[in-house]
Ligand binder design. Structure first.
Ligand code: F6P
Length: 562
């Protein structure tokens, strides 16, 4: 393993930040001046990013930028873009940024012409999607495809689902998508309910083509299809017309019975959680069309260029990643909320959970040495305004520091007007008023004197006081277009990168998910009633298995989920 991840705590900048944190007394009422807002408002592609309501001053900002410098964030970023093997524990390049390079760019890595390969697969993906969309690709009985079912989990599911929801206005009528991810048979059962096998196409999406959930669900769907197609349909033809695959393991795809001509590849230098802009996005391409998908890729690329080429002070992913480090390591934040004021982004926080937490939930640096500082925060969120009526109480008045990113768009997806007492109310403006009010309330709070001035009884003043100084970043864009979605995802990819680079960890492996997978295989016989396998389990697990076996009343049906 390569030597030499920098321990950030040994840098001068870390010591400086620790000292600054000791004496730092935020006061956004004092500090939120027009000059500060102007200085803290940055632009990245189409994103307008207001950092002014964060808990930093000029000294903290300078020390954070010095920290990035002293741990070598820029050198690591450049190494990533150049295709060096910065995924040390898997000895791989990390090149999701190559997935969105324009066709005339050039990048050769490990002897491979990466750009040519990416565009060759993209051309096949676009051609296939066009054939499905136009009806040229039919099912085995000659009927056109009406539903595409993506079978995949983690990075082979969350990106496509999130983007399918986010870009709903760009979907084509006539072809809709469903998604099956969970090993819970309910997922397949529900997704298949009401579908017509003759008009359904399955995409088996799995980087490794070895994931238990995905292969189980793929087999269930195959059984469902073959059971329901009209008599006389040839099973091999049926699978060839109704199953395609996306994977890096094309040999395993063929073993499953999928025609290699109907398989779309990608590469081990694309991490699962960084793969929605590879062929893993096939279901999305069918839904929104190649042109819109290409616009999304251009949006990703615009943010890549911003991250690669902008000076540190103006570099939004760098600045936001460093703010997260400040909160996590110096101000004691454990979580980070992402709050889209856009219903179409309702799966965005779930998508970010895998991106950020599978990347940065690590306890050792990339050279194997243990960290003695906090790493990856818990990312979470819900769309505003739903969250306001659920958990914002804790963010406003609770005892914990919860930095939050607020995201909103100038143009609504649905432009609706309400009428109240004869007055027309633009409903999108109501949404935006909430977006603005929340960040203002969090920043400025409400003092006890202000509460008293409202005539509140003295015994209720404390409960009705808002401390303020709760940090937020506001991100706005003109509209949630495919390009802007690409920009947003790339922004968070690079924020995640910056944090991982400061912490010296490998943000691109995921060994922490392996143990549970292995133990699930070991415990399976015990769950199925094998007494000697159960005897090898710990007492708690044994008791839970006993409960299961006492209460499981029916026998499962073979194969068919619905
Ligand atoms: O178990 C975690 C993980 O490996 C994720 O990193 C990945 O996105 C997911 O499983 C699915 O993996 P695959 O695409 O290989 O089926």
């Amino acid at each position: 393993m390569s030597a030499g991840a920098v321990d950030p705590t040994t840098t001068e900048a870390w010591a400086r930040l620790a000292a600054l944190a000791e004496s730092y007394e935020p006061d956004l009422r004092r500090d939120l001046t027009a000059a500060w807002v102007e200085r803290q408002t940055l632009t990245a592609a189409d994103l307008h990013v207001d950092l002014s309501k964060n808990l930093v001053d000029a000294d903290v900002e300078a020390a954070l930028l010095a920290l990035a410098d002293q741990v070598g964030v820029a050198a690591r970023r450049d190494a990533m873009f150049a295709g060096e093997h910065i995924n040390v524990t898997e000895d791989r390049a990390v090149l999701h940024t190559a997935l969105r390079l324009p066709a005339d760019a050039s990048l050769t890595v490990d002897g491979q012409d990466v750009v040519a390969e990416v565009h060759e697969v993209l051309a096949r993906v676009y051609d296939f999607a066009d054939r499905v969309r136009s009806g040229a690709w039919t099912g085995v009985t000659g009927r056109r495809i009406e539903t595409v079912v993506n079978i995949g989990i983690g990075g082979s599911d969350l990106g496509p689902v999130m983007a399918y929801e986010a870009l709903e206005p760009y979907r084509q009528d006539g072809v809709s998508c469903r998604f099956i991810s969970n090993i819970d048979p309910t997922d397949a059962g529900q997704a298949l309910a009401g579908l017509d096998p003759e008009t359904t196409l399955f995409i088996v999406s799995s980087k490794t083509f070895g994931t238990l959930e995905t292969l189980t669900n793929a087999r269930l769907c195959k059984a469902w299809l073959l059971d329901r197609l009209p008599d006389g349909s040839d099973p091999q033809d049926a699978v060839a017309r109704h199953f395609v695959a996306v994977s890096t393991a094309l040999d395993k795809v063929a073993d499953f019975g999928i025609d290699p001509d109907n398989a779309f590849g990608f590469w081990d230098w694309v991490g699962g959680r960084y793969s929605m802009d590879s062929a893993i996005g096939l279901s999305l391409v069918v839904a929104i069309g190649p042109e819109h998908f290409a616009e999304m890729l251009a949006g990703f690329h615009a943010m890549d260029e911003h991250f690669r080429a902008s000076p540190p002070e103006d570099n939004v992913p760098l600045r936001m990643g460093l703010l997260n480090v400040w909160y996590a390591n110096f101000l004691g934040a454990h979580t980070h909320a992402v709050l889209p004021y856009a219903q179409l982004l309702h799966r965005f926080p779930a998508y970010l959970q895998q991106l950020t937490m599978e990347s940065n939930g690590k306890g050792v640096r990339w050279d194997g040495s243990a960290v003695d500082y906090e790493t990856g925060e818990v990312f979470w969120g819900e769309p505003g305004t739903n969250g306001q009526h659920a958990f914002y109480q804790l963010i406003h008045q609770g005892t914990r520091l919860v930095p939050a990113d607020f995201i909103a768009f100038a143009r609504p997806a649905y432009d609706l007007v309400d009428e109240v007492d004869g007055e027309r109310v633009d409903v999108h403006e109501l949404l935006l008023a909430n977006f603005l009010a929340q960040t203002r309330a969090l920043a400025l709070g409400r003092t006890a004197d202000e509460v008293r001035a409202e005539g509140v009884a003295e015994e209720l003043v404390a409960a009705r006081t808002f401390p303020g100084n709760r940090p937020t970043t506001s991100i706005m864009a003109p509209a949630l277009t495919p390009s802007v979605l690409g920009q947003l995802v790339a922004l968070y990819e690079h924020i995640t990168f910056v944090q991982g680079a400061v912490w010296g960890i490998d943000s691109f492996d995921q060994w922490g998910v392996e143990l549970g997978k292995q133990l699930a295989q070991e415990v399976r016989p015990a769950v199925a009633g094998d007494a000697s396998a159960a005897a090898g389990q710990d007492p708690s697990t044994q008791a839970l298995i006993r409960f299961y076996r006492e209460h499981r009343s029916s026998e499962p049906r073979l194969g068919d989920p619905a």
